[in-house]
Design a protein around this ligand. Sequence first.
Ligand SMILES: Cc1cc2nc3c(=O)[nH]c(=O)nc-3n(C[C@H](O)[C@H](O)[C@H](O)COP(=O)(O)OP(=O)(O)OC[C@H]3O[C@@H](n4cnc5c(N)ncnc54)[C@H](O)[C@@H]3O)c2cc1C
Length: 409
Amino acid sequence: MTEPHAGSDLGLARTKAVPMPDGRYAVSGTKIFISGGDHDLTDNIVHLVLARLPDAPPGPKGLSLFLVPKFYPDGTRSRVHCDRIEEKMGLHGSPTCVMRFDEALCAIVGEPGKGLGAMFVMMNAARLHVALQGIGLLDAAWQKADAYAQERRQMRAPGKGKSAGEADLIGEHPAMRRILDTQRAWVDAGRVLAYRTALELDLIKHSPDADKQAAAQRWCALVTPVMKSVFTHQAFHGGSDCLQVFGGHGYVREWGIEQIVRDARVAMIYEGTNEIQAIDLLVRKILPDGGAGMYALLDTVQADLPDKHKASTQAHARIQTLRAVTAQVVKTAPQDAALAFRVADDYLRAVALVLMDWAWLRIEAGIEADTPNADTRWRAPAKALRDWVLPEFQMRTFIIVSQCAAVAT
Ligand SMILES: Cc1cc2nc3c(=O)[nH]c(=O)nc-3n(C[C@H](O)[C@H](O)[C@H](O)COP(=O)(O)OP(=O)(O)OC[C@H]3O[C@@H](n4cnc5c(N)ncnc54)[C@H](O)[C@@H]3O)c2cc1C
């Protein structure tokens, strides 16, 4: 997809496809930042390429999708060249290539002008995969930091004895406990949301009930950009917090944690930057139906809270606040074309926090008397979520409401 001058705005893409007399097409142009664009891990590489037919209109509607192999079935090589492999901050296991298509012969996929829609079938899945990449990297960072914090001793932790010459574990210091339990809260909320979304994807495909299918579509459409954005954000920022647990030993290579921080950074950028995810959620998916889809999603979340949290709890109150904030943005947005774009990221974060709250209440409802290590493994992260993560909801909604008020006055 990406070209030197066309990143977030694929409608600017200039790569051309010219029909050939034999029914094939000849594609010419340059694509940049192509993951795995060339390598020797497989016998063949098949590129899905967005390009413009000669009579195509400008913008995204003029894009068609083409299938360009490196080798044709008869073994001959196509005119696709890897001009460069990028030198990157991280993710060195993945060759990021500049690819040149020099009248490469290929087939069209689907109908002319429907290329972007076809590509989005793959993009939606890819966004969930990148969210999982974020959750996985954060978990890897947490595991390294947790293991280190259980071995390394420095200073005395508050409330511990004062015997001379002794020091306590890093994991016993409240500031480090806070980092570890908070990241655990993010990882497990991410897992719950990932499993629930996978279930909804199955319902879209297989449920015989049209209402259930529609609800599943709604869940996936609204939750996918949220997951992509917040879990990639957390992989980098939370991964950096995990590096902090190592002190200077985290900054040198031998413990492997600095690699996680470097590798995680790009996930906030590719498969649609996190700013684009926020716009996708608020501007493209919530405003057009006046918030109806979001209200229905919140109904689902509310109904799915464990019984004792259904009313008169903070979770319930946050859901009500998010409804009110959504209504306020929907009402105010027509007065200021930039408003929704200004608050999109705050809005996405507020939605994420409501979903994480739901996920953890469901986790806690599943703790049994004989659950192993329930206090340290489950209750401590649940408390960290409430103490250190969920207060962000007030800040985000305050920002949104203030922005709306500034427009209205
Ligand atoms: C390692 C790596 C691998 C990649 N792999 C692939 C791949 O396999 N295939 C592929 O096609 N592409 C790939 N990409 C490209 C990636 O998808 C783009 O980098 C990304 O979509 C952003 O485009 P851009 O870099 O041109 O940034 P730009 O679009 O120029 O954006 C610059 C900044 O402005 C912000 N911005 C832009 N428009 C808006 C807006 N309307 N509102 C708010 N903010 C905005 C962006 O969020 C970003 O922060 C890869 C990139 C990297 C770094």
